[in-house]
Design a protein. Structure first.
Length: 195
């Protein structure tokens, strides 16, 4: 009931103030704007007072105000942290954009030298080296075969020389024996035969 009377009083006041405002507008627009602002502020204050008086009587509003008062600092702190994160992300994004611009400028200033001719030369040199390497491997195999053949020939020659020396020694020994046989036994003189 009190709320209804307060509302009706405020409505009456609004109506009266509205009529006064219309008259003032016709007189002076500047004064009228100031009066309207003052009236709006007064109306807001009256509405806040009415809400506070009704809130004090309503347990739901008391509970809501209590929960709001409990959660308001946490929400503000979270909001501040979110704002900080947003600002840091914005700064990071700006720095990344700046760095990418610098890299693009650097990339446009420095031209990469053509590497394809050098790569082709290296591939050609590699092919030549592989060919020379295979030829050297063939030559080394031939040299190994040749050296083994020469070694075998030398061994055969040495064996032949040793055999010849042994044969000469055996001949020398045989001739020495024969000569020693003849030297030691002088041949018998035939007896004089009468003729």
């Amino acid at each position: 009931m009190e709320d209804n009377t307060i509302n009706s009083i405020s409505k009456d006041k609004k109506i009266e103030q509205g009529e006064e405002n219309e008259e003032d507008e016709s007189l002076n627009n500047d004064e009228n704007n100031e009066n309207i602002e003052q009236q709006q502020q007064q109306q807001q204050q009256q509405q806040q007072q009415q809400q506070q008086s009704t809130d004090q009587l309503n347990p739901k509003s008391i509970l809501a105000n209590g929960i709001y008062l409990l959660l308001a600092p946490v929400v503000k702190e979270c909001d501040n942290k979110i704002q900080d994160v947003y600002n840091s992300q914005k700064n990071l994004s700006d720095q990344i954009d700046h760095l990418s611009m610098e890299l693009e400028n650097f990339n446009s200033l420095t031209q990469v030298p053509p590497l394809l001719p050098h790569i082709q030369k290296l591939l050609n040199a590699r092919g030549r080296l592989l060919a020379v390497n295979s030829k050297l491997a063939i030559i080394m195999n031939r040299l190994d075969k040749l050296s083994t053949h020469i070694f075998q020939q030398q061994q055969q020659h040495q064996q032949q020389l040793q055999q010849q020396q042994q044969q000469q020694q055996q001949k020398g020994n045989l001739s020495d024996r024969i000569s020693s046989l003849f030297k030691g036994n002088s041949p018998a003189k035939p007896a004089n035969v009468t003729q």
